[in-house]
Design a protein around this ligand. Structure first.
Ligand SMILES: [Zn+2]
Length: 97
Protein backbone atom coordinates (compact mmCIF):
# COMPACT_ATOMS: atom_id res chain seq x y z
CA UNK A 1 0.00 0.00 0.00
CA UNK A 2 1.46 3.34 -0.95
CA UNK A 3 0.65 6.54 0.84
CA UNK A 4 0.91 9.88 -0.91
CA UNK A 5 3.12 11.73 1.51
CA UNK A 6 5.81 14.35 1.00
CA UNK A 7 7.87 15.94 3.76
CA UNK A 8 7.51 18.19 5.58
CA UNK A 9 4.71 16.59 7.53
CA UNK A 10 3.83 13.92 10.01
CA UNK A 11 5.12 10.46 9.19
CA UNK A 12 2.13 8.30 8.19
CA UNK A 13 3.82 5.32 9.79
CA UNK A 14 4.73 6.60 13.24
CA UNK A 15 3.45 10.16 13.47
CA UNK A 16 6.86 11.76 13.97
CA UNK A 17 7.53 15.07 12.23
CA UNK A 18 9.51 14.56 9.04
CA UNK A 19 11.44 17.71 8.09
CA UNK A 20 11.36 19.25 4.64
CA UNK A 21 13.61 17.47 2.17
CA UNK A 22 14.09 14.41 4.37
CA UNK A 23 14.38 11.19 2.42
CA UNK A 24 13.15 9.04 5.27
CA UNK A 25 11.60 9.32 8.71
CA UNK A 26 14.26 9.71 11.39
CA UNK A 27 12.17 7.84 13.92
CA UNK A 28 10.94 4.70 12.15
CA UNK A 29 12.90 4.69 8.92
CA UNK A 30 9.90 4.84 6.63
CA UNK A 31 10.70 6.40 3.28
CA UNK A 32 9.15 7.12 -0.09
CA UNK A 33 10.50 3.83 -1.45
CA UNK A 34 8.63 1.85 1.19
CA UNK A 35 5.50 3.91 0.62
CA UNK A 36 5.85 5.38 4.13
CA UNK A 37 4.39 2.18 5.46
CA UNK A 38 6.82 1.83 8.35
CA UNK A 39 7.78 -1.77 7.65
CA UNK A 40 11.15 -1.01 6.10
CA UNK A 41 12.93 -3.03 8.78
CA UNK A 42 11.30 -6.21 7.54
CA UNK A 43 12.07 -5.57 3.88
CA UNK A 44 13.74 -8.53 2.23
CA UNK A 45 13.81 -10.62 5.38
CA UNK A 46 10.67 -12.56 4.47
CA UNK A 47 9.48 -12.60 8.05
CA UNK A 48 6.10 -14.06 8.95
CA UNK A 49 3.51 -11.41 9.70
CA UNK A 50 2.65 -10.17 13.18
CA UNK A 51 -0.42 -12.38 13.38
CA UNK A 52 1.74 -15.51 13.25
CA UNK A 53 1.23 -17.45 16.47
CA UNK A 54 4.28 -19.63 16.96
CA UNK A 55 2.84 -21.63 19.87
CA UNK A 56 -0.32 -22.34 17.91
CA UNK A 57 1.75 -23.35 14.89
CA UNK A 58 3.82 -25.78 17.00
CA UNK A 59 0.70 -27.18 18.62
CA UNK A 60 -0.89 -27.83 15.25
CA UNK A 61 2.28 -29.28 13.78
CA UNK A 62 2.95 -31.70 16.63
CA UNK A 63 -0.46 -32.97 17.61
CA UNK A 64 -1.65 -30.03 19.69
CA UNK A 65 -2.19 -31.50 23.14
CA UNK A 66 -1.36 -28.16 24.77
CA UNK A 67 -3.51 -26.03 22.49
CA UNK A 68 -7.14 -25.30 23.30
CA UNK A 69 -8.39 -25.22 19.73
CA UNK A 70 -7.58 -28.83 18.73
CA UNK A 71 -8.84 -30.00 22.14
CA UNK A 72 -12.20 -28.36 21.53
CA UNK A 73 -12.31 -29.75 18.02
CA UNK A 74 -11.57 -33.21 19.42
CA UNK A 75 -14.32 -32.88 21.99
CA UNK A 76 -16.94 -32.10 19.35
CA UNK A 77 -15.61 -34.89 17.17
CA UNK A 78 -16.21 -37.37 20.01
CA UNK A 79 -19.67 -35.92 20.67
CA UNK A 80 -20.53 -36.35 17.00
CA UNK A 81 -19.17 -39.90 17.03
CA UNK A 82 -21.16 -40.78 20.16
CA UNK A 83 -24.35 -39.39 18.60
CA UNK A 84 -23.68 -41.38 15.43
CA UNK A 85 -23.21 -44.59 17.44
CA UNK A 86 -26.40 -43.93 19.41
CA UNK A 87 -28.34 -43.36 16.19
CA UNK A 88 -26.88 -46.51 14.64
CA UNK A 89 -27.80 -48.59 17.70
CA UNK A 90 -31.26 -47.09 17.62
CA UNK A 91 -31.63 -47.97 13.95
CA UNK A 92 -30.18 -51.48 14.26
CA UNK A 93 -31.85 -52.63 17.50
CA UNK A 94 -35.29 -53.26 15.93
CA UNK A 95 -33.64 -55.59 13.42
CA UNK A 96 -32.39 -57.83 16.22
CA UNK A 97 -35.27 -57.27 18.61
ZN1 LIG B 1 8.11 7.43 11.02
Amino acid sequence: MSVAFKPPGQCPACGEWVPRGAAACDDCGACANSGWSGDTHADGLDLPDDEFDYDDFIAREFGGKSSKQPLTANLWWWVALALLIIFMIGALLPLFG
